[in-house]
Design a protein around this ligand. Structure first.
Ligand SMILES: [Zn+2]
Length: 237
């Protein structure tokens, strides 16, 4: 079902990182932002990604993050932590789920793809599990696409990770897609490429990434955002 009116979608500036030389996107710029997106849904705020967390010495040393506390970022959009009814993590790398724990122990639901949760448990170096894994009672496991609130649908968009997901928000005559890390930069949408900055050099993932980009473009969304780009592209995803 589509909403009567498109809700406001705000971009949150949650952190900036200094990419190490070894990072595949470092050649595009060493200092990168980390964004989240806040959907002001009439049933409660829905947060897409929570940025980088606090207290991981390895990440602090390697990426030198400068973080904004989630409660302050939400307050800048007139939203309190208690107003967040759902968190959708585009994927569970450390820079997309880092402040999930702020919402642990409450009633907020956390949505991740089953395959993404599997990657977290299978690989000790995939992320910080203290941030990625919420209490079992709050975990909602998604397989593919799922409507989680009126007009808000999670879309499976593998590529950057096999369990990557995006969020479609639909009103009667408008659509917004929050694309997570569907791309690193907006121009990858235009070119329909799986960039080396964003997708591992694995044929299956690269093809999945291109298919995901084409799928999102076929929805003709009005706006959206890339999580590591300073300017949100207008008129595209
Ligand atoms: Zn990632």
């Amino acid at each position: 079902m589509a909403l009567h009116e498109l809700p406001r979608v705000d971009q949150l500036n949650l952190a900036s990182l200094e990419l190490p030389d070894t990072h595949p996107a470092a050649r595009l710029g060493r200092t990168v932002p980390v964004h989240g997106f806040l959907i002001h849904h009439p049933d409660g705020a829905i947060l897409v990604d929570t940025g980088v967390g606090f207290g991981n010495d390895f990440i602090d040393e390697l990426y030198r993050p400068s973080c904004t506390a989630l409660d302050a970022a939400l307050a800048s959009c007139e939203v309190a932590v208690a107003d967040v009814v759902a968190v959708v993590n585009s994927h569970l790398h450390f820079d997309h789920c880092g402040q999930n724990p702020v919402l642990f122990g409450g009633s907020t639901s956390f949505y991740s793809q089953d395959i993404e949760l599997g990657a977290v448990t299978a690989d000790d170096y995939y992320t910080d599990r203290r941030w990625a894994l919420c209490p079992r009672s709050q975990q909602r496991v998604v397989n593919g696409d799922e409507e989680i609130a009126e007009g808000v649908t999670i879309l499976s968009t593998p590529g950057h990770t096999a369990g990557h997901q995006s969020v479609l928000v639909q009103a009667r005559d408008e659509r917004v897609v929050v694309g997570g890390q569907l791309v690193w930069h907006g121009d990858e949408l235009e070119a329909e490429v799986a960039s080396a900055a964003n997708v591992d050099d694995i044929a299956e993932l690269k093809q999945a990434a291109v298919d995901s980009i084409r799928r999102i473009k076929s929805l003709h969304p009005s706006i959206g955002g890339a999580p590591h780009e300073w300017v949100v592209p207008q008129g595209s995803v």
